[in-house]
Structure formats: structure tokens, C-alpha cells
Design a protein around this ligand. Structure first.
Ligand SMILES: [Zn+2]
Length: 387
């Protein structure tokens, strides 16, 4: 059975509606107050608009690099989902706790907070750093400001554990993601004069067909990494719009596409291949009909993947905490890649709850997973505390 403190804190954190579009400041100030009650000072790194914040705190010696425990405080929307309980009120039923964020990923934060007094009683030889972010669910936006701050600090954390729901599996890799908006600027005409016009939809179609051909090539030729369920980089178009009426040759077409890449694929090379096709094939053909037409490709978001050497200290360390020897890679993105690539902090992902339950109606965490999270923290205590 998990401790009552963990359960109370899970309940409390779930009660704040921190859907990414909302402010997370009430939750952050609750955590700040809780920490200051323990004599721990926390620092906030606000969003540009000031309505959200990351929280960073160090427990123990400020002059030593320690172990960073990291989690995001925002959750995905419940809009349009069929919940039969209030998603922002924890309901316990059949050994499960239901509520938005129970798995992804407020329970990890709650367990961390609940265990802190015990870490402090035993006395920390190696400090713990807490890093709680905002706007993870909309593209790992918020944590980037926290990383800027980490990069400015004289002493950085020695390692980081991102407590996303992995059912306590040790995750050494996740795919990176780049997303784009393509905008084809064609030239309009009456559809009876089609040869004199530049049909934006048709050029978008050629662009997208090329994306599809690249996707198929990668699928058959690789590179492959068998630790992933989908063992290769994927390329996909998800949204398209263009045209106004059938008898007008359309001058605009916009579409969104992404690639989710494995560690051994260079995303910049892939991007250059896509841009080169647009420039050397499509734009040349478009401009032969009408100068001034063309294709803009805008990089919208770039989330680096995580690729940890399985012999790295952080991997061995976290395997010991999780009480297991295996490791895996996951398809979903996390902030781990950013900590590793942008702050240079060796990072793995390991936390209670299952990604199967995340983002869905009736999200839950089992009591067993909460207990496993506590056990993980107890082993961490044995590692970082004096006695
Ligand atoms: Zn998450």
C-alpha cells in the first residue's frame, strides 16, 4: 500500500486543472509552499507571458552536482473525451486511482514530494534537484527556458531522471521529432486557363507524394533500430488545406508534416533532401510558368531525440533504482532529449504508470505502480543519503 502522503499529494496535484492552455501557477505555488515548509528554496522560471512557470529547486548541498528528478506539470485536454468521473478529482476504484494526469505524470511529482522529508531526515550526501516544467504536452515548450537557466549555472546536475510513465522500465532512447508547415504559393486563374496558372494543390500533392516515397524508402532500406516498436524514422503528412472553388485554379495550399527520427538518422540531412526536391524540381517547374511562385517550408518545432549509451553511468544507476537489468526505447517524445542534447545532462526516462493510460479518458495509475515509484525513491535514498 502506498503511503498516505503520496496519495494525498496525488489527489492535490490532480485537483489543479493544468491543461496546457491554462496557467499552472496555482499548482506551482502549492509546490513552492510545500517545499518552503521543508526549508527548501525554489526558483521559478516564468513563460514569456508570465502566466506559467517552471520550478527548480535543490535539496541538499548547492555546491555539488546531484541527481535531477524531472516532470512536467501540464496535462492534455479532456475535451470531447467520455469521462464518467470528474477528471480533476481523484477517484479510487479497484486498486486504481482515476484522474487526468494520474499516469502522465503528476503521480511521479507527488511521490517525489512525499518522500522528500525522509531524504532530508537521513541527510543528503548527493543533492537532489527538482525540475518541474510547463507546456510539455504542446511540444516541450516550457522546459527550454529552464534549460537556458541550467546552462547558466556554475554547477549543473550530474544526471537526470524524467519520470514519464514507463511502468518503471528504464528508457534509454526516444525518437526525435521535427514538424513543419509547407505553403505552396501558386498563381490563380479561371480553371479553363489552367495551363497558364500554377495550381498550388497539385504542387503540394507532388511535394507530399515525395514525402511518402521517402517514408517508404526509409521503411524498406533503414536505418533501423530494433529497440523501437516502429524500428525506423517515420515521415507523415497530417493536415492539408487549399483552394476555394472548383472553377478557380488554387493559388494557395498549406499542409503540415513531420518526421519522427531514430538516433542514427540525421534529421538535417532528411530536411535538406526534402528542401532540395522542392527547390530543384517543383519550384523550377512552377517558376517556368510564373515567376514569383514557390514553396515555403517552415520548421515549426524541433524536439531532439534521446540516445543514451547503455553503458553510461546514469543507465546503470537508474537500473539499480528500478531493480532491473533491462532497458528499452519508446516512440513517444519527452523532455529527456532536450536535457541531454541542449544541457548536456545524461538522462534516462523512468517513472510509474503506463503510457497506455495516458491522454485517454479514464486515465488511471494502479496502486502497485505508486508503490513501485516509492520503492524507486527508497533505493535512491540509499544511494544519495548518508546512512
Ligand atoms: Zn508526459
Amino acid at each position: 500500500m502506498p503511503s498516505s502522503t503520496s496519495l494525498e499529494l496525488i489527489e492535490k496535484l490532480i485537483s489543479f486543472d493544468t491543461t496546457s492552455r491554462e496557467s499552472n501557477l496555482e499548482l506551482i505555488s502549492f509546490i513552492g509552499d510545500y517545499l518552503s515548509g521543508l526549508g527548501i528554496e525554489s526558483q521559478l522560471v516564468h513563460s514569456e507571458e508570465g502566466n506559467k512557470a517552471n520550478l527548480y529547486a535543490t535539496v541538499g548541498d548547492l555546491d555539488k552536482p546531484g541527481v535531477m528528478l524531472s516532470g512536467h506539470t501540464d496535462v492534455v485536454p479532456v475535451d470531447g473525451q467520455d469521462w464518467n468521473t470528474d477528471p480533476f478529482e481523484v477517484v479510487e476504484k479497484g486498486n486504481k486511482l482515476y484522474g487526468r494526469g494520474t499516469s502522465d505524470m503528476k503521480s511521479f511529482i507527488a511521490i517525489t514530494l512525499a518522500m522528500l522529508p525522509r531524504f532530508m531526515e537521513r541527510g543528503l550526501e548527493t543533492p537532489l534537484h527538482l525540475a518541474f516544467s510547463y507546456d510539455e504536452e504542446i511540444g516541450c515548450i516550457g522546459v527550454r527556458r529552464l534549460i537556458d537557466k541550467l546552462n547558466g549555472m556554475p554547477i549543473k546536475p550530474a544526471m537526470c531522471i524524467v519520470g514519464e510513465p514507463t511502468s518503471m522500465q528504464v528508457i534509454t532512447g526516444h525518437k526525435g521529432k521535427r514538424s513543419y508547415i509547407g505553403h505552396v504559393h501558386g498563381f490563380e486563374a479561371h480553371s479553363s486557363l489552367a495551363p497558364d496558372a500554377v495550381n498550388a494543390i497539385e504542387f503540394a500533392a507532388r511535394f507530399i507524394a515525395n514525402l511518402r516515397a521517402i517514408a517508404e524508402r526509409i521503411q524498406s532500406e533503414g536505418p533501423h533500430d530494433e529497440l523501437y516498436d516502429v524500428s525506423h524514422t517515420t515521415v507523415h503528412t497530417g493536415v492539408i488545406s487549399g483552394g476555394t472553388q472548383l472553377n478557380i485554379v488554387p493559388k494557395d495550399c498549406c499542409f503540415e508534416f513531420e518526421f519522427r527520427y531514430i538516433g542514427i538518422q540525421d534529421p538535417s540531412e532528411l530536411e535538406e533532401e526534402i528542401r532540395a526536391y522542392a527547390r530543384d524540381e517543383l519550384e523550377l517547374a512552377m517558376q517556368a510558368i510564373r515567376p514569383g511562385t514557390g514553396i515555403d517550408i517552415e520548421l515549426v518545432n524541433d524536439i531532439p531525440g534521446l540516445e543514451m549509451d547503455v553503458d553510461d553511468d546514469v543507465v546503470t544507476f537508474v537500473k539499480a533504482l528500478a531493480g532491473r537489468n533491462d532497458h528499452a526505447k519508446v516512440a513517444f517524445g519527452t523532455e529527456a532529449g532536450l536535457f541531454k542534447e541542449c544541457a548536456g545532462i545524461p538522462t534516462v526516462v523512468c517513472g510509474p504508470g503506463s503510457i497506455e493510460q495516458a491522454h485517454k479518458p479514464h486515465e488511471f495509475i494502479t496502486m502497485e505502480q505508486v508503490s513501485a515509484g516509492e520503492k524507486f525513491m527508497e533505493r535512491l535514498m540509499d544511494q544519495v543519503c548518508a546512512n
